[in-house]
Design a protein. Structure first.
Length: 268
């Protein structure tokens, strides 16, 4: 089980799968590498997949310190690449993972080949925030109600019903790492909320694909054209009918074009 050491000494757990050019997969806020379990194999069939547990999650260290921010998460990823002996990689980040990926590409362009930003936002005053009804649903006192609200933000009702019928009690890996201490969960939330990469986006040189579900209310779809317009020469892929976890529910629509984008020849 490999661990990289971050700049502050925190141990960051990561995994390697497959073979070929390296591809980093970055999970969302308060989630670990299991976020990618449903689709990892498809990417590992074409690339050497690197996925990791963000600090505060999974097998990584969980310091109760002021080291949780999207730029610092990006430095954690660079520590993982260094430890794995990888100089340069494709990066695919979703949700908060997409926010982390923005800093990697903007601040360390020599380390990023191609960039995919999924269901994410530039943050700050330019980002489009989720509506008050979504925030209210996620702050209910009943944990079962919160879980249900989160499921319905991630997936369509029809797909959820099919899943629950076919696999009663199945585990969903996009609902957060249940083993996280409360302080780490709060620090993840704060890190994501404080993200503001608007001024940095124009520095991104990597060919970039912005992917978003058209029915995403958790991270509103309006963020996709903002990112695509701000990042030089970025292109957009909208997944019709998809909510926040488009990469899982709509894998049959979303995975192939992402793979095709990543597999294009290197830019001159």
């Amino acid at each position: 089980m490999p661990f990289a050491k971050a700049a502050d000494g925190a141990a960051i757990h990561y995994q390697l799968h497959g073979s070929g050019a390296p591809l980093v997969l970055l999970a969302g806020q308060a989630n670990n590498h299991h976020w990618w379990d449903p689709v990892r194999a498809e990417f590992a069939a074409c690339f050497t997949v690197v996925d990791l547990d963000h600090r505060g999650t999974g097998e990584s260290d969980r310091p109760d310190t002021d080291t949780y921010s999207t730029p610092n998460f990006a430095r954690d990823v660079l520590a993982v690449l260094d430890h794995a002996g990888i100089d340069r990689a494709h990066v695919y980040g979703t949700s908060m993972g997409g926010r982390i990926a923005q800093w990697m590409a903007a601040d360390h362009p020599e380390r990023v080949d191609r960039l995919v930003l999924g269901c994410t936002s530039p943050g700050g005053k330019h980002g489009v925030e989720r509506g008050p009804e979504v925030r209210a649903a996620l702050t209910r006192t009943d944990p079962d109600a919160v879980r249900r609200a989160l499921l319905e933000l991630m997936y369509t009702p029809v797909w959820l019903a099919d899943q629950e019928l076919a696999r009663p009690g199945r585990e969903f890996h996009t609902l957060g790492d249940a083993t996280m201490p409360a302080y780490a969960r709060r620090r993840h939330l704060r890190a994501s909320a404080r993200h503001d990469a608007w001024d940095a986006l124009v520095r991104i040189k990597a060919p970039t694909l912005v992917v978003h579900g058209t029915d995403d209310a958790f991270n509103p779809t309006a963020n996709a054209p903002l990112l695509a317009a701000r990042i030089p020469d970025a292109r957009t892929l909208l997944v019709p009918g998809a909510r926040h976890a488009y990469f899982e529910e709509f894998a049959d629509v979303a995975t192939e074009p992402v793979l095709a984008f990543l597999d294009q020849p290197a830019e001159p």
